[in-house]
Design a protein. Structure first.
Length: 342
């Protein structure tokens, strides 16, 4: 996908600029990998670039080049506000709705900096001066590569940058299993490997990072907290605050657990409900035409992608699950045989 007015952006970036690159709250490998890869591409051209994350990111991303310089807004507000105030260019990566960056949203919205949005999430907010936005893209990292190609920046992508971008693509395609695994994304991956991406190393660093406590949590969740609604092709997992205390659950420990529910044969909708102090956080996954983006938007104050979305509820854990179950019954027909619509 080509960026509209790319020549104009290139012109703006033809002199050294103070740039902030920011990502959505709870950044994943695509968000952080895209940000660090992109930041490095810009740095090599003489720009002063800082990556600001709204909050802390998981340990399994702490190998990415440049991550040690990431400013975490929640923990370093003063520095972050200063950087945002002084920024001439603000790049928003892997999100397109300023709600997704919490308190930083208003700062970015009101900033007079040139805003660049590079993203593949549905229903973008119109806040950016330059957009590289496509829901056809499997990952923001793919769009970063496309932009690099369009801008003639590919030579700035070395092995470290390629690893960051590859991590984004690998994870956002579910290890090249989701329907967003296109010919184009494979072509981008081929180019990244050509630039030095070490696919085996990245896979190991990202996927094989279980702690003993996470494995034990998984064992508990799968045996005690998994509910299968067989006649609806639905499965869900829930986790109470007590469970989290008992297993000393750390940030990131519950990441991906919802996929185990979806991995059951014939299941086409999976959900995970995680109780927190003031709300219930929900992850949704689906296969086929059933859009969890729409489902989460309509009923659970969230959204995301067609087959992977998040939401939240201010009801109790039990009431949230009851609400979900009654919706499942309502959507019985839509949920049936979704596997045939992949
Ligand atoms: Mn992404």
């Amino acid at each position: 996908m080509l960026m509209k007015d790319a020549a104009k952006l290139k012109q703006i970036l033809s002199t050294p600029r103070r740039v902030v690159v920011t990502v959505h709250t709870n950044p994943d490998a695509d968000a952080l990998g895209s940000a660090l890869g992109f930041a490095s591409i810009l740095k090599q051209q003489g720009h002063a670039v800082t990556v600001i994350s709204p909050n802390e990111y998981p340990d399994f991303l702490k190998w990415m080049k440049g991550q040690e310089e990431v400013i975490v807004f929640e923990q370093q507000q003063e520095i972050a506000r200063e950087l945002l105030a002084r920024a001439e260019v603000i790049c928003c990566l892997d999100f397109s709705d300023l709600e997704r960056i919490g308190h930083m949203g208003d700062i970015v919205r009101q900033s007079s900096a040139v805003k660049v949005m590079i993203d593949h999430h549905l229903e973008p907010e119109a806040f950016a001066d330059f957009e590289q936005w496509s829901i056809e893209a499997g990952a923001t990292a793919e769009l970063i590569f496309d932009l690099a190609e369009e801008m003639d920046w590919v030579h700035y992508i070395g092995a470290a940058e390629a690893d960051c971008l590859y991590a984004g693509i690998m994870t956002d395609t579910g290890g090249f299993r989701h329907p967003n695994t296109t010919q184009h994304i494979h072509e981008v991956v081929a180019r990244l490997i050509g630039r030095g991406a070490n696919t085996a190393r990245v896979a190991k660093l990202v996927y094989d990072t279980n702690t003993e406590s996470r494995l034990r949590l998984m064992g508990f969740v799968l045996s005690q907290r998994l509910v299968v609604m067989k006649e609806y092709d639905v499965a869900y997992i829930y986790l109470t605050l007590d469970d989290q205390k008992k297993f000393n659950v750390q940030k990131g420990d519950t990441e991906g657990l919802v996929n185990y529910a979806l991995s059951i044969a014939n299941i086409t909708l999976a959900a995970m409900f995680t109780e927190s102090k003031d709300m219930v956080k929900i992850s949704f996954r689906s296969v086929g035409a059933f859009s969890v983006n729409e489902f989460a938007r309509k009923y659970f104050n969230g959204g995301g992608h067609a087959n992977a979305a998040g939401g939240k509820s201010e009801l109790s854990l039990q009431d949230t699950i009851e609400q979900f179950k009654s919706l499942v019954i309502k959507y019985k027909q839509e949920l049936e045989h979704e596997i045939n619509t992949i």
